[in-house]
Design a protein around this ligand. Sequence first.
Ligand code: ZN
Length: 133
Amino acid sequence: MISKVDHIGIAVHSIEESRALYEAMGLEIAEIEEVPQEQVRVAMIPCGSVRLELLEPMSPESPIAKHLEKRGPGLHHVCLGTDDISADDGRLRERGYQLLRDQPTIGAEGALVQFLHPKSGGGVLYELSQPQD
Ligand code: ZN
């Protein structure tokens, strides 16, 4: 069941160059992780019960690089936390919504993730995420 907003993904050219803005807001980068399968470097910034996720491309082939090319830096996706991603994936699929992957895959922090295509998400790229213990 989807029960919360887990994080908000923001595309940036450089985590290092973006750091000053978040520090000026009194926030702090908790950790930086590379996700080679997505060709992306991820910085998590806790903000109350939600986190901001800065996404920096690791190569020109990265989906984030393509997003930056097309739209520039800014809002990239909203991630909803769930405790049963397979059920959510199946229900959305059954009702005709387009998911980006055939099945959930391993993303940042080792969580199982799936994405709802923006065409199916009312213009929003939604990520579903189920933490793995
Ligand atoms: Zn995300």
